[in-house]
Design a protein around this ligand. Structure first.
Ligand SMILES: *Cc1c(COP(=O)(O)O)cnc(C)c1O
Length: 426
């Protein structure tokens, strides 16, 4: 072997995986088992008090899931990762390690609609308070910091309009405030943007989207950058203080730069329980092998479709950061030079009715609530994913009544354009 560090596409295929030591199986086997036999009583005891790493029970860890964790950690440039049942589960598990009742976290206003709901309503019942800031106005993050702020949460490429967030500028605010920056990297995937390279401390994903990539399996993952010092100021007792669940162990002291991933596993996943099925881990791992190929094709297709729409008389505007005229184009060139993603919005001159009509006339695009599939998808956010928001909040989050969101797949771009042309013209 040369001492060359493997490139991204090589890691996408190989990171974390070895031929199976017992059978020689080259694809990662699905370890479809709930539990694992201990070598002896001492081995069992050492696993239970975190003195040894190993498999106990699939709610806490599983060998198929472990390959997925190692692979995504490698692709994102993190120290360790934890796979969970969905993107939303990843968000709960991350914040549970950071937040006590009455604490606050700051979140960018431009987010996946489900995250806006989760933060506003579900988290409120845990006593976790979200404070919204505007990703286009960095000073709004600074102004939102209080002594109870425990984290900042942003999306690298933000739903639904595909806008690009200035991760470095917001990481400077987080550093000054002494709190970790959490980046939801779902729409970019590490192929386009690696938030840790720009100052993120924690990366979360819905694996359901581009990483799995085929619209067939839910999953989520948490990546620990290993960059944050959890011991400062007693702000993060889950990480810095002795844990009664594990004979008084201090996680940061014991596990150093992967303590956060360990906390998520042994305090979050173990006790909250959103484990990823090994079958889904297998499906997602298979998807990740082709991530670089799919993502590049999806970005190239998205740019062609966005250019077509920008020139169409029924279209009022297109919000795609890959267009030279777009307000996020400078940020796209800096953060996502290979392509500005495959999810974007456009608005129709005919408003709400035109949006609903377009969605019903499209044939190749599937009308559904997902993104990041090999197939091209369409949705009208105002009547679906963002329907719970009032009109002002809809517009602020980029989901006004006239807005249609596309997620572009890997089909031939000429066919996608022809479908849009017939639906817009008819
Ligand atoms: C889908 C999505 C989520 C939630 O993920 P699930 O796997 O559906 O729970 C979170 N963030 C973004 C950006 C998403 O697109």
């Amino acid at each position: 072997m040369s001492d060359r560090l493997p490139g991204f596409s090589t890691l996408a295929v190989h990171a974390g995986a070895q031929p199976d030591p017992t059978t020689g199986a080259r694809a990662t086997p699905i370890y479809q088992t709930t539990s694992f036999v201990f070598n002896d009583a001492d081995h069992a005891a050492s696993l239970f008090c975190l003195q040894a790493f190993g498999n106990i029970y699939t709610r806490i860890g599983n060998p198929t899931n472990a390959v997925l964790e190692e692979r995504v950690a490698a692709l994102e440039g993190g120290t360790a990762a934890l796979a969970v049942a969905s993107g939303h589960a990843a968000q709960v598990v991350v914040l549970q390690q950071l937040m006590q009742p009455g604490d606050e976290f700051i979140a960018a206003r431009k987010l996946y609609g489900g995250s806006i709901n989760q933060f506003t309503h579900a988290f409120k019942s845990f006593g976790w308070n979200v404070v919204w800031a505007d990703p286009d106005d960095i000073s709004s993050f600074e102004r939102a910091v209080t002594p109870r702020t425990k984290a900042i949460f942003i999306e690298s490429i933000a739903n639904p309009a595909g806008s690009i967030t200035d991760i470095e500028a917001i990481s400077t605010v987080a550093r000054k405030a002494g709190v970790p920056l959490i980046v939801d990297n779902t729409l970019a995937s590490p192929y386009l943007i690696r938030p840790i390279d720009h100052g993120a401390d924690i990366v979360v994903h819905s694996l359901t989207k581009f990483l799995g990539g085929h619209g067939n399996s839910l999953g989520g993952i948490i990546v620990d950058a290993g960059t944050f010092d959890w011991s400062t100021g007693g702000k993060y007792p889950m990480l810095s203080e002795p844990r009664p669940e594990y004979h008084g162990i201090r996680l940061q002291e014991t596990f150093g730069n992967f303590a956060f991933a360990i906390a998520c596993r042994v305090l979050g996943l173990r006790d909250l329980g959103p484990a990823l099925s090994p079958f889904n881990a297998f499906m997602i791992l298979t998807g990740i092998e082709t991530l670089p190929l799919r993502m590049q094709k999806q970005c190239d297709n998205a740019k062609a479709v966005a250019e077509f729409l920008a020139g169409h008389p029924a279209v009022a505007s297109v919000s795609y950061a890959g267009l030279a005229s777009d307000k996020y184009n400078q940020l796209a060139r800096k953060y996502a030079p290979k392509g500005a993603g495959a999810v974007f919005t456009f608005s129709l001159k005919g408003g709400y009715d035109a949006g609903v009509s377009l969605v019903s006339k499209l044939q190749l695009f599937s009308h559904l609530a997902n993104v990041g599939d090999t197939r091209s998808l369409v949705i009208h956010p105002a009547s679906t994913t963002h329907s719970q928001l009032d009109d002002a909040a809809k517009i602020k989050s980029g989901a006004g009544p006239d807005v249609v969101r596309l997620s572009i797949g890997i089909e031939d771009k000429e066919d996608l354009i022809a479908d849009l042309e017939q639906a817009l013209g008819a």
